[in-house]
Ligand binder design. Structure first.
Ligand code: ADP
Ligand code: MG
Ligand code: MG
Ligand code: MG
Length: 416
């Protein structure tokens, strides 16, 4: 099948186009009874819920452009290929963490997968003030397993280098991160926008030369520290939750990059969820207990990452780095533990920096988040966002000195 055979699906054409797939009809029933609903909440791709007499499926198809913007912003279909390969690896490295993959059609840039139900997008749950047991713990574990097992700490050299080459092709989605995340917030980029009332905060940020330099150091870490296969877009809109289950979706930005990137982005999104709560409170102060819970989730992401990374370091370090044989003659594995501590320290510092940058770009760049956007009172929204901007700046400046999760929470509590 050539690339010219590609055609975007519509709810009307979907049963005829996919009705012949045995794996699908076996799972959800014959195509005659299918009902198709388009999900409208993603930014880049087409997503359909397909319901049949026996069950349901998700069909996700890339478009040759950004769905939200249109044909004026072309984006390669190949992102679907990277998403599929990333999902496969995440499923192997952390079983049960992502939707089950049922089918992939490269020419049509489409993935058929398990329909998660009754799950909702985590970000929506956080705006509504819902708590999920073990949330930070599970996501920290996901980070540790996928990031450790995708790296030279774990993989065979040939396999790792083949994956590095494979994902190096995800150029255009990396370019989005490189520009929208790491550069645009720090100058008057054409695609930027911000809430009225933030002018003074923006001027402060743009006048902070050390901050602008640090952001480019972080960008260089993103482009050059090819440590592991990242999810690449691990915010609370890429997590789906039910009362009993937590899953990660949408890894189309997958690329080799620094271990701290996914962790920092995730922590940033919990911190923003926390700082946005005054805008969603039923009455003043009504969400303060919930804010404390969100801070504890932020800390748990790191603590749980650290614990699981430590376990994997001790039990599964079979790659080319820090070989156990180097340390065998050291009593009680002391050298290996020193190396682990120093490695975790470097990941922590990277994560804090990426956390700060992610906060800045969600408030000043193109892609904002619903946590702040759904605050109708513009002055209240600006006040919440100004605190978040200040936190982002403080995190970037203090990333080399902030000593642990308690220090991070203290910093967040001070701006709030
Ligand atoms: P995009 O890349 O366009 O952001 P996503 O993969 O984030 O697309 O999917 C868009 C939306 O579709 C999600 O926010 C979610 O509501 C829904 N969705 C995606 N995958 C699933 C799934 N496996 N089960 C249930 N809903 C899903
Ligand atoms: Mg998405
Ligand atoms: Mg989405
Ligand atoms: Mg996406």
């Amino acid at each position: 099948m050539s690339a010219s055979d590609y055609a975007a699906l519509t709810p009307g054409s979907l049963p005829a186009r996919l009705g012949g797939l045995d794996l699908l009809t076996r799972r959800i029933g014959p195509a005659e009874g299918w009902q198709v609903e388009e999900v409208g909440d993603g930014n880049l791709n087409l997503v359909f819920i397909l319901r049949g007499s026996l069950g349901a499926a998700i069909v996700k198809q890339a478009l040759p452009y950004v769905r939200l913007v249109g044909e004026s912003w072309p984006l390669p279909l190949k992102r679907s290929f990277f998403e599929y390969h990333a999902l496969q690896r995440q499923a192997a490295r952390d079983p049960g963490s992502v939707p089950e993959l049922w089918h992939f059609d490269e020419a049509q840039a489409l993935i058929v997968m398990e329909y998660l139900s009754p799950h909702i997008i985590l970000r929506h749950g956080l705006i509504a003030g819902k708590r999920y047991g073990g949330l930070g713990e599970r996501l920290g574990q996901f980070c540790a397993r996928t990031l450790f097992r995708g790296s030279d700490l774990s993989m065979k050299a040939a396999e790792k280098k083949a994956d590095l080459a494979l994902f190096a092709g995800n150029i255009e989605l990396c370019d989005i991160t490189e520009n929208l995340v790491f550069s645009d917030p720090y100058f008057e980029a054409a695609l930027n926008r911000h809430t009225p009332g933030l002018e003074a905060a923006v001027a402060r940020l743009r006048g902070d030369l050390a901050l602008k330099v640090a952001a480019q150091h972080l960008k260089m870490a993103f482009t050059s520290q090819a440590e592991t296969l990242l999810h690449g877009d691990l915010h609370t809109g890429s997590v789906m939750v039910s009362e009993r289950d937590i899953r990660v979706i949408d890894p189309e930005f997958a690329t080799y990059g620094p271990i701290g990137f996914d962790i920092g982005m995730l922590m940033a999104n919990f911190l923003m969820a926390c700082l946005a709560q005054p805008g969603h409170a039923e009455s003043p102060g009504a969400r303060s207990g919930y804010q404390s819970w969100l801070l504890s989730v932020t800390a748990a992401v790191w603590t749980s990452f650290e614990a699981e990374f430590t376990r994997l370091w001790r039990e599964e370090r079979q790659g080319i780095l820090y070989q156990a044989t180097l340390y065998e003659d050291q009593r009680h594995g002391l050298a290996s533990e020193i190396a682990r501590g120093e490695r975790l320290g470097a990941i922590w510092r990277d994560a804090l920096g990426f956390c700060g940058v992610e906060i800045h770009r969600r408030i000043l760049g193109l892609a904002h988040n619903a946590d702040f956007e759904r605050i109708d009172d513009v002055a209240l929204r600006a006040a919440c966002e100004a605190r978040a901007l200040a936190l982002g700046t403080a995190l970037i400046h203090s990333r080399h000195t902030l000593s642990g999760t308690q220090a991070l929470l203290d910093l967040a509590a001070r701006v709030n």
